[in-house]
Design a protein around this ligand. Sequence first.
Ligand code: FAD
Length: 407
Amino acid sequence: MDETDCVVVGGGPGGAVLAYLLARAGRRVTLLEARSDFARRFRGDSLAPAVMDWLDTLGLADDVLARPHATADAFTWHTPTASYRVADYGRASARFPHYVLLPQPEFLGLLTGRAQDHPGFRLEMSARVNELVEEGGRVVGVRYRAADGEVREVRAPLVVGADGRFSQVRRLGGFDTEELGAGLDILWFEVPRRDTDPPLSGLDYFAVPGAAIVALGQGATWQLGYVIPTGTVARAREAGVGPVVELARDRMPWLGDRLDALTAFTDLTLLNVRITRLPHWYRPGLLLLGDAAHVISPVGGNGINIAIADAADAGNALVPALRAADAELDAACRAFEVRRRAVSDAEQRSQVRAERGSLERMERGDPRPAWILRLAAAVPPIARAFGTRSASAIAIPDPSPAVLGAR
Ligand SMILES: Cc1cc2nc3c(=O)[nH]c(=O)nc-3n(C[C@H](O)[C@H](O)[C@H](O)COP(=O)(O)OP(=O)(O)OC[C@H]3O[C@@H](n4cnc5c(N)ncnc54)[C@H](O)[C@@H]3O)c2cc1C
Protein backbone atom coordinates (compact mmCIF):
# COMPACT_ATOMS: atom_id res chain seq x y z
CA MET A 1 0.00 0.00 0.00
CA ASP A 2 1.31 3.47 -1.00
CA GLU A 3 0.59 6.76 0.72
CA THR A 4 0.54 10.20 -0.82
CA ASP A 5 -1.01 13.65 -0.24
CA CYS A 6 -3.57 13.38 -3.05
CA VAL A 7 -4.70 10.70 -5.49
CA VAL A 8 -5.97 12.05 -8.80
CA VAL A 9 -7.98 9.56 -10.86
CA GLY A 10 -7.90 10.28 -14.61
CA GLY A 11 -5.17 11.85 -16.72
CA GLY A 12 -7.36 14.08 -18.90
CA PRO A 13 -6.92 17.86 -18.91
CA GLY A 14 -8.50 18.30 -15.45
CA GLY A 15 -6.50 15.56 -13.73
CA ALA A 16 -3.19 16.27 -15.48
CA VAL A 17 -3.36 20.00 -14.70
CA LEU A 18 -4.27 19.45 -11.04
CA ALA A 19 -1.51 16.86 -10.57
CA TYR A 20 1.02 19.22 -12.18
CA LEU A 21 0.01 22.12 -9.92
CA LEU A 22 0.15 20.08 -6.72
CA ALA A 23 3.53 18.57 -7.62
CA ARG A 24 4.87 21.99 -8.57
CA ALA A 25 3.84 23.33 -5.15
CA GLY A 26 5.72 20.51 -3.43
CA ARG A 27 2.84 18.17 -2.64
CA ARG A 28 3.02 14.42 -3.23
CA VAL A 29 0.47 13.42 -5.85
CA THR A 30 -0.30 10.13 -7.59
CA LEU A 31 -2.03 10.39 -10.97
CA LEU A 32 -3.75 7.16 -12.05
CA GLU A 33 -4.75 6.87 -15.72
CA ALA A 34 -6.68 3.86 -17.01
CA ARG A 35 -5.26 3.98 -20.53
CA SER A 36 -1.75 3.03 -21.56
CA ASP A 37 -1.19 6.30 -23.44
CA PHE A 38 -2.72 9.75 -23.95
CA ALA A 39 -3.76 9.07 -27.56
CA ARG A 40 -7.37 10.20 -28.02
CA ARG A 41 -9.21 11.54 -31.01
CA PHE A 42 -12.02 14.03 -31.29
CA ARG A 43 -11.61 15.69 -27.92
CA GLY A 44 -11.64 19.26 -26.79
CA ASP A 45 -8.47 20.75 -28.22
CA SER A 46 -9.40 24.41 -28.04
CA LEU A 47 -7.40 26.33 -25.41
CA ALA A 48 -9.15 29.63 -24.73
CA PRO A 49 -7.29 32.97 -24.61
CA ALA A 50 -7.80 33.16 -20.82
CA VAL A 51 -6.37 29.66 -20.39
CA MET A 52 -3.36 30.60 -22.55
CA ASP A 53 -2.80 33.65 -20.32
CA TRP A 54 -2.96 31.40 -17.26
CA LEU A 55 -0.49 28.94 -18.81
CA ASP A 56 1.75 31.90 -19.60
CA THR A 57 1.76 32.97 -15.94
CA LEU A 58 2.96 29.47 -15.09
CA GLY A 59 5.67 29.64 -17.77
CA LEU A 60 4.01 26.96 -19.94
CA ALA A 61 2.58 28.94 -22.87
CA ASP A 62 5.78 28.82 -24.92
CA ASP A 63 5.88 25.03 -24.51
CA VAL A 64 2.33 24.89 -25.91
CA LEU A 65 3.22 27.11 -28.84
CA ALA A 66 6.33 25.05 -29.61
CA ARG A 67 4.06 22.10 -30.49
CA PRO A 68 2.13 21.74 -33.76
CA HIS A 69 -1.00 23.81 -33.33
CA ALA A 70 -3.35 26.15 -35.12
CA THR A 71 -5.11 29.29 -33.95
CA ALA A 72 -8.70 30.48 -34.24
CA ASP A 73 -9.23 34.22 -34.12
CA ALA A 74 -13.02 34.05 -34.40
CA PHE A 75 -16.03 31.78 -34.48
CA THR A 76 -17.69 32.16 -37.86
CA TRP A 77 -21.11 30.85 -38.89
CA HIS A 78 -21.47 30.32 -42.64
CA THR A 79 -24.71 29.86 -44.58
CA PRO A 80 -24.83 29.27 -48.34
CA THR A 81 -25.34 33.02 -48.83
CA ALA A 82 -23.48 34.78 -46.00
CA SER A 83 -20.77 34.47 -43.33
CA TYR A 84 -21.33 35.80 -39.80
CA ARG A 85 -18.29 36.48 -37.60
CA VAL A 86 -20.25 36.04 -34.38
CA ALA A 87 -17.42 35.98 -31.81
CA ASP A 88 -14.12 37.75 -32.34
CA TYR A 89 -11.30 36.93 -29.90
CA GLY A 90 -9.20 39.98 -30.87
CA ARG A 91 -9.68 41.65 -27.47
CA ALA A 92 -9.74 38.49 -25.37
CA SER A 93 -6.06 38.63 -24.42
CA ALA A 94 -3.12 40.93 -25.13
CA ARG A 95 -0.74 38.08 -26.01
CA PHE A 96 -3.21 35.44 -27.21
CA PRO A 97 -6.07 37.10 -29.15
CA HIS A 98 -7.20 33.69 -30.36
CA TYR A 99 -7.99 30.13 -29.28
CA VAL A 100 -5.02 27.77 -29.62
CA LEU A 101 -6.01 24.45 -31.18
CA LEU A 102 -3.56 21.89 -29.84
CA PRO A 103 -4.33 18.17 -30.08
CA GLN A 104 -5.18 16.99 -26.56
CA PRO A 105 -2.51 14.21 -26.48
CA GLU A 106 0.15 16.90 -26.99
CA PHE A 107 -1.25 18.98 -24.14
CA LEU A 108 -1.39 16.01 -21.77
CA GLY A 109 2.13 14.88 -22.71
CA LEU A 110 3.41 18.40 -22.04
CA LEU A 111 1.76 18.71 -18.61
CA THR A 112 2.73 15.28 -17.33
CA GLY A 113 6.24 15.72 -18.75
CA ARG A 114 6.68 19.00 -16.84
CA ALA A 115 5.18 17.43 -13.70
CA GLN A 116 7.96 14.79 -13.78
CA ASP A 117 10.41 17.61 -12.90
CA HIS A 118 8.94 17.59 -9.40
CA PRO A 119 9.86 14.79 -7.01
CA GLY A 120 6.37 14.45 -5.47
CA PHE A 121 4.74 13.50 -8.80
CA ARG A 122 3.98 9.90 -9.65
CA LEU A 123 2.12 8.90 -12.83
CA GLU A 124 0.86 5.37 -13.31
CA MET A 125 -0.58 4.50 -16.71
CA SER A 126 -2.82 1.45 -17.33
CA ALA A 127 -4.10 1.91 -13.76
CA ARG A 128 -7.88 1.53 -13.67
CA VAL A 129 -9.52 2.56 -10.40
CA ASN A 130 -12.40 0.28 -9.46
CA GLU A 131 -12.87 0.69 -5.71
CA LEU A 132 -12.84 3.41 -3.08
CA VAL A 133 -11.25 2.71 0.32
CA GLU A 134 -13.37 4.15 3.12
CA GLU A 135 -12.84 4.48 6.86
CA GLY A 136 -15.17 6.09 9.39
CA GLY A 137 -17.35 7.69 6.71
CA ARG A 138 -14.38 9.21 4.83
CA VAL A 139 -12.82 8.15 1.56
CA VAL A 140 -9.15 7.52 2.36
CA GLY A 141 -7.86 5.99 -0.86
CA VAL A 142 -8.55 3.86 -3.94
CA ARG A 143 -7.85 0.38 -5.23
CA TYR A 144 -6.92 -0.05 -8.86
CA ARG A 145 -5.89 -2.73 -11.30
CA ALA A 146 -2.33 -2.04 -12.43
CA ALA A 147 -0.73 -2.84 -15.79
CA ASP A 148 0.55 -6.19 -14.48
CA GLY A 149 -3.00 -7.22 -13.48
CA GLU A 150 -2.32 -6.84 -9.74
CA VAL A 151 -4.79 -4.93 -7.55
CA ARG A 152 -2.96 -2.13 -5.69
CA GLU A 153 -4.03 0.39 -3.09
CA VAL A 154 -2.99 3.99 -2.58
CA ARG A 155 -4.12 6.13 0.33
CA ALA A 156 -4.33 9.88 0.74
CA PRO A 157 -6.29 12.53 2.67
CA LEU A 158 -8.07 13.35 -0.61
CA VAL A 159 -9.08 11.43 -3.74
CA VAL A 160 -9.98 13.57 -6.76
CA GLY A 161 -12.20 11.99 -9.42
CA ALA A 162 -11.17 13.59 -12.73
CA ASP A 163 -12.13 10.54 -14.74
CA GLY A 164 -14.41 12.15 -17.29
CA ARG A 165 -17.99 11.99 -18.51
CA PHE A 166 -18.48 8.30 -17.63
CA SER A 167 -16.74 8.70 -14.25
CA GLN A 168 -16.34 5.48 -12.32
CA VAL A 169 -15.34 7.44 -9.22
CA ARG A 170 -18.62 9.38 -9.41
CA ARG A 171 -20.51 6.10 -9.53
CA LEU A 172 -18.48 4.49 -6.74
CA GLY A 173 -18.97 7.61 -4.60
CA GLY A 174 -22.75 7.39 -4.99
CA PHE A 175 -23.16 10.90 -6.45
CA ASP A 176 -26.53 11.67 -8.06
CA THR A 177 -26.69 13.01 -11.62
CA GLU A 178 -29.32 15.01 -13.46
CA GLU A 179 -29.47 15.03 -17.30
CA LEU A 180 -30.39 18.49 -18.61
CA GLY A 181 -31.15 17.20 -22.09
CA ALA A 182 -28.95 18.03 -25.04
CA GLY A 183 -30.54 18.71 -28.42
CA LEU A 184 -27.77 17.77 -30.82
CA ASP A 185 -25.32 14.92 -31.38
CA ILE A 186 -22.17 15.11 -33.50
CA LEU A 187 -20.57 12.64 -35.92
CA TRP A 188 -16.84 13.44 -35.96
CA PHE A 189 -14.28 12.63 -38.63
CA GLU A 190 -11.00 14.14 -39.70
CA VAL A 191 -9.16 14.83 -42.91
CA PRO A 192 -5.55 15.95 -43.43
CA ARG A 193 -4.93 19.69 -43.40
CA ARG A 194 -2.70 21.25 -46.07
CA ASP A 195 -0.80 24.53 -45.96
CA THR A 196 -2.65 25.59 -49.10
CA ASP A 197 -6.09 25.20 -47.44
CA PRO A 198 -7.98 28.41 -46.73
CA PRO A 199 -7.32 29.32 -43.09
CA LEU A 200 -11.02 29.94 -42.26
CA SER A 201 -11.43 31.33 -38.73
CA GLY A 202 -10.23 28.14 -37.07
CA LEU A 203 -13.68 27.58 -35.52
CA ASP A 204 -16.27 27.48 -38.32
CA TYR A 205 -19.85 26.30 -38.56
CA PHE A 206 -21.35 25.62 -42.00
CA ALA A 207 -25.14 25.46 -41.93
CA VAL A 208 -27.53 24.64 -44.76
CA PRO A 209 -31.28 24.14 -44.38
CA GLY A 210 -31.71 21.11 -42.10
CA ALA A 211 -28.02 20.21 -41.63
CA ALA A 212 -24.70 21.60 -40.43
CA ILE A 213 -21.05 20.75 -40.22
CA VAL A 214 -18.49 22.20 -37.81
CA ALA A 215 -14.82 22.58 -38.82
CA LEU A 216 -11.94 22.91 -36.36
CA GLY A 217 -8.52 23.55 -37.86
CA GLN A 218 -5.83 21.76 -35.84
CA GLY A 219 -2.15 21.00 -36.38
CA ALA A 220 -2.13 18.58 -39.29
CA THR A 221 -5.86 17.86 -39.54
CA TRP A 222 -9.29 19.34 -39.94
CA GLN A 223 -11.63 17.94 -37.30
CA LEU A 224 -15.08 17.97 -38.87
CA GLY A 225 -18.37 17.31 -37.11
CA TYR A 226 -21.67 16.57 -38.81
CA VAL A 227 -24.43 17.82 -36.52
CA ILE A 228 -27.62 15.76 -36.10
CA PRO A 229 -30.61 16.14 -33.78
CA THR A 230 -30.31 13.96 -30.67
CA GLY A 231 -31.95 10.59 -31.14
CA THR A 232 -31.62 10.50 -34.94
CA VAL A 233 -28.41 8.50 -35.22
CA ALA A 234 -30.32 5.41 -36.45
CA ARG A 235 -31.76 7.47 -39.29
CA ALA A 236 -28.32 8.91 -40.06
CA ARG A 237 -26.81 5.41 -40.07
CA GLU A 238 -29.46 4.27 -42.53
CA ALA A 239 -28.65 7.22 -44.81
CA GLY A 240 -24.96 6.26 -44.62
CA VAL A 241 -21.94 8.44 -45.04
CA GLY A 242 -23.17 9.94 -48.34
CA PRO A 243 -24.98 13.04 -46.95
CA VAL A 244 -22.00 13.82 -44.72
CA VAL A 245 -19.51 13.72 -47.61
CA GLU A 246 -21.93 15.64 -49.82
CA LEU A 247 -22.30 18.50 -47.33
CA ALA A 248 -18.55 18.67 -46.64
CA ARG A 249 -17.82 18.70 -50.38
CA ASP A 250 -20.44 21.34 -51.03
CA ARG A 251 -19.35 23.74 -48.27
CA MET A 252 -15.57 23.04 -48.35
CA PRO A 253 -14.91 22.08 -51.98
CA TRP A 254 -11.15 22.56 -51.52
CA LEU A 255 -11.10 19.35 -49.41
CA GLY A 256 -11.39 17.58 -52.77
CA ASP A 257 -10.17 13.99 -52.91
CA ARG A 258 -9.33 13.97 -49.20
CA LEU A 259 -13.02 13.20 -48.62
CA ASP A 260 -12.76 10.02 -50.72
CA ALA A 261 -11.28 8.24 -47.68
CA LEU A 262 -14.67 8.54 -46.00
CA THR A 263 -16.54 5.53 -47.35
CA ALA A 264 -18.56 3.98 -44.51
CA PHE A 265 -20.68 5.20 -41.63
CA THR A 266 -18.22 3.43 -39.30
CA ASP A 267 -15.60 6.02 -40.35
CA LEU A 268 -17.60 8.49 -38.23
CA THR A 269 -17.28 8.74 -34.44
CA LEU A 270 -20.50 9.56 -32.59
CA LEU A 271 -20.31 12.13 -29.80
CA ASN A 272 -23.40 11.57 -27.81
CA VAL A 273 -23.68 15.11 -26.51
CA ARG A 274 -24.74 15.26 -22.87
CA ILE A 275 -25.26 18.03 -20.39
CA THR A 276 -25.13 16.49 -16.93
CA ARG A 277 -25.45 18.34 -13.64
CA LEU A 278 -24.58 16.96 -10.20
CA PRO A 279 -26.17 18.34 -7.02
CA HIS A 280 -22.94 17.56 -5.11
CA TRP A 281 -19.29 17.27 -6.09
CA TYR A 282 -17.87 16.50 -2.67
CA ARG A 283 -18.17 14.09 0.19
CA PRO A 284 -15.53 13.77 2.89
CA GLY A 285 -12.26 12.69 1.30
CA LEU A 286 -13.61 12.64 -2.28
CA LEU A 287 -13.87 15.54 -4.74
CA LEU A 288 -15.01 15.54 -8.39
CA LEU A 289 -13.93 17.99 -11.08
CA GLY A 290 -13.99 18.44 -14.85
CA ASP A 291 -16.41 16.28 -16.85
CA ALA A 292 -16.79 13.93 -13.85
CA ALA A 293 -18.53 16.79 -12.02
CA HIS A 294 -20.39 18.39 -14.95
CA VAL A 295 -20.55 17.04 -18.48
CA ILE A 296 -20.96 20.02 -20.76
CA SER A 297 -21.76 20.15 -24.45
CA PRO A 298 -19.12 21.00 -27.08
CA VAL A 299 -21.20 24.12 -27.88
CA GLY A 300 -18.80 26.98 -27.13
CA GLY A 301 -15.77 24.64 -27.12
CA ASN A 302 -15.22 25.06 -23.40
CA GLY A 303 -15.21 21.49 -22.04
CA ILE A 304 -11.44 21.38 -21.88
CA ASN A 305 -11.22 24.97 -20.63
CA ILE A 306 -13.65 24.53 -17.77
CA ALA A 307 -11.89 21.29 -16.75
CA ILE A 308 -8.55 23.18 -16.70
CA ALA A 309 -10.10 26.09 -14.79
CA ASP A 310 -11.58 23.65 -12.23
CA ALA A 311 -8.10 22.21 -11.77
CA ALA A 312 -6.56 25.69 -11.46
CA ASP A 313 -9.04 26.59 -8.72
CA ALA A 314 -8.62 23.22 -6.99
CA GLY A 315 -4.83 23.62 -7.09
CA ASN A 316 -5.03 26.98 -5.33
CA ALA A 317 -7.43 25.60 -2.72
CA LEU A 318 -5.74 22.26 -2.08
CA VAL A 319 -2.08 23.24 -1.79
CA PRO A 320 -2.64 24.58 1.75
CA ALA A 321 -5.64 22.38 2.59
CA LEU A 322 -3.90 19.04 1.96
CA ARG A 323 -1.56 19.80 4.87
CA ALA A 324 -4.43 20.91 7.16
CA ALA A 325 -6.83 19.03 9.43
CA ASP A 326 -9.73 17.11 7.86
CA ALA A 327 -12.25 19.82 8.80
CA GLU A 328 -10.24 22.45 6.93
CA LEU A 329 -9.81 20.19 3.90
CA ASP A 330 -13.57 19.55 3.86
CA ALA A 331 -14.28 23.29 4.06
CA ALA A 332 -11.83 24.03 1.21
CA CYS A 333 -13.44 21.37 -1.00
CA ARG A 334 -16.97 22.64 -0.29
CA ALA A 335 -15.94 26.20 -1.08
CA PHE A 336 -14.35 24.97 -4.33
CA GLU A 337 -17.61 23.23 -5.24
CA VAL A 338 -19.67 26.38 -4.65
CA ARG A 339 -17.33 28.56 -6.74
CA ARG A 340 -16.98 26.19 -9.67
CA ARG A 341 -20.60 24.99 -9.73
CA ALA A 342 -21.72 28.57 -10.32
CA VAL A 343 -19.48 28.58 -13.42
CA SER A 344 -20.55 25.22 -14.86
CA ASP A 345 -24.26 25.83 -14.07
CA ALA A 346 -24.16 29.12 -16.02
CA GLU A 347 -22.37 27.48 -18.96
CA GLN A 348 -24.81 24.56 -19.02
CA ARG A 349 -27.84 26.89 -18.94
CA SER A 350 -26.50 28.83 -21.90
CA GLN A 351 -25.70 25.60 -23.76
CA VAL A 352 -29.22 24.21 -23.25
CA ARG A 353 -30.63 27.47 -24.69
CA ALA A 354 -28.16 27.47 -27.62
CA GLU A 355 -28.80 23.81 -28.48
CA ARG A 356 -32.59 24.22 -28.34
CA GLY A 357 -32.39 27.29 -30.57
CA SER A 358 -30.09 25.56 -33.09
CA LEU A 359 -32.34 22.51 -33.17
CA GLU A 360 -35.46 24.62 -33.75
CA ARG A 361 -33.82 26.50 -36.61
CA MET A 362 -32.49 23.26 -38.09
CA GLU A 363 -36.00 21.76 -37.98
CA ARG A 364 -37.45 24.94 -39.56
CA GLY A 365 -34.82 24.72 -42.31
CA ASP A 366 -33.35 28.11 -41.35
CA PRO A 367 -29.53 27.95 -41.63
CA ARG A 368 -28.94 31.41 -40.12
CA PRO A 369 -27.61 31.90 -36.58
CA ALA A 370 -29.90 33.28 -33.85
CA TRP A 371 -30.76 36.99 -34.17
CA ILE A 372 -28.42 37.97 -31.34
CA LEU A 373 -25.51 36.36 -33.19
CA ARG A 374 -26.52 38.07 -36.44
CA LEU A 375 -26.53 41.34 -34.54
CA ALA A 376 -23.03 40.59 -33.19
CA ALA A 377 -21.79 39.88 -36.70
CA ALA A 378 -23.24 43.19 -37.91
CA VAL A 379 -21.79 45.22 -35.01
CA PRO A 380 -18.12 44.23 -34.52
CA PRO A 381 -17.82 45.57 -30.92
CA ILE A 382 -20.60 43.12 -29.95
CA ALA A 383 -18.72 40.26 -31.66
CA ARG A 384 -15.60 41.29 -29.72
CA ALA A 385 -17.62 41.39 -26.49
CA PHE A 386 -18.85 37.85 -27.23
CA GLY A 387 -15.20 36.85 -27.82
CA THR A 388 -14.13 38.19 -24.44
CA ARG A 389 -17.14 36.51 -22.78
CA SER A 390 -15.23 33.21 -22.97
CA ALA A 391 -12.98 34.47 -20.14
CA SER A 392 -15.91 35.08 -17.77
CA ALA A 393 -17.55 31.82 -18.84
CA ILE A 394 -14.42 29.89 -17.83
CA ALA A 395 -13.49 32.05 -14.80
CA ILE A 396 -9.98 30.69 -14.38
CA PRO A 397 -8.36 32.12 -11.23
CA ASP A 398 -4.74 33.30 -11.18
CA PRO A 399 -2.33 30.77 -9.70
CA SER A 400 -1.84 31.36 -5.97
CA PRO A 401 1.64 32.40 -4.74
CA ALA A 402 2.06 28.90 -3.27
CA VAL A 403 1.44 27.32 -6.69
CA LEU A 404 3.57 29.88 -8.55
CA GLY A 405 6.39 30.03 -6.05
CA ALA A 406 8.12 26.70 -6.57
CA ARG A 407 8.73 26.83 -10.28
C1 FAD B 1 -15.85 13.11 -28.90
C2 FAD B 1 -15.64 14.34 -28.03
C3 FAD B 1 -15.50 15.59 -28.61
C4 FAD B 1 -15.32 16.71 -27.83
N1 FAD B 1 -15.18 17.92 -28.42
C5 FAD B 1 -14.92 19.00 -27.65
C6 FAD B 1 -14.65 20.27 -28.22
O1 FAD B 1 -14.68 20.44 -29.42
N2 FAD B 1 -14.35 21.30 -27.38
C7 FAD B 1 -14.28 21.15 -26.03
O2 FAD B 1 -13.92 22.08 -25.30
N3 FAD B 1 -14.57 19.97 -25.46
C8 FAD B 1 -14.88 18.89 -26.24
N4 FAD B 1 -15.10 17.71 -25.66
C9 FAD B 1 -15.10 17.62 -24.21
C10 FAD B 1 -13.68 17.63 -23.66
O3 FAD B 1 -12.90 16.67 -24.30
C11 FAD B 1 -13.82 17.34 -22.19
O4 FAD B 1 -14.68 18.31 -21.61
C12 FAD B 1 -12.48 17.40 -21.46
O5 FAD B 1 -11.57 16.49 -22.02
C13 FAD B 1 -12.75 17.07 -20.02
O6 FAD B 1 -11.56 16.84 -19.35
P1 FAD B 1 -11.54 15.91 -18.07
O7 FAD B 1 -10.10 15.91 -17.62
O8 FAD B 1 -12.58 16.30 -17.11
O9 FAD B 1 -11.97 14.45 -18.56
P2 FAD B 1 -11.44 13.53 -19.74
O10 FAD B 1 -10.70 14.32 -20.75
O11 FAD B 1 -12.56 12.71 -20.18
O12 FAD B 1 -10.36 12.61 -19.02
C14 FAD B 1 -10.73 11.57 -18.14
C15 FAD B 1 -9.58 10.57 -18.05
O13 FAD B 1 -9.89 9.62 -17.03
C16 FAD B 1 -9.49 8.34 -17.46
N5 FAD B 1 -10.27 7.34 -16.71
C17 FAD B 1 -11.59 7.02 -16.90
N6 FAD B 1 -11.96 6.09 -16.00
C18 FAD B 1 -10.87 5.84 -15.24
C19 FAD B 1 -10.63 4.95 -14.13
N7 FAD B 1 -11.60 4.15 -13.62
N8 FAD B 1 -9.39 4.92 -13.59
C20 FAD B 1 -8.39 5.70 -14.07
N9 FAD B 1 -8.58 6.56 -15.11
C21 FAD B 1 -9.80 6.63 -15.67
C22 FAD B 1 -9.78 8.36 -18.96
O14 FAD B 1 -9.03 7.37 -19.64
C23 FAD B 1 -9.38 9.78 -19.33
O15 FAD B 1 -8.02 9.86 -19.71
C24 FAD B 1 -15.30 16.58 -26.42
C25 FAD B 1 -15.45 15.33 -25.84
C26 FAD B 1 -15.62 14.21 -26.62
C27 FAD B 1 -15.78 12.88 -25.95
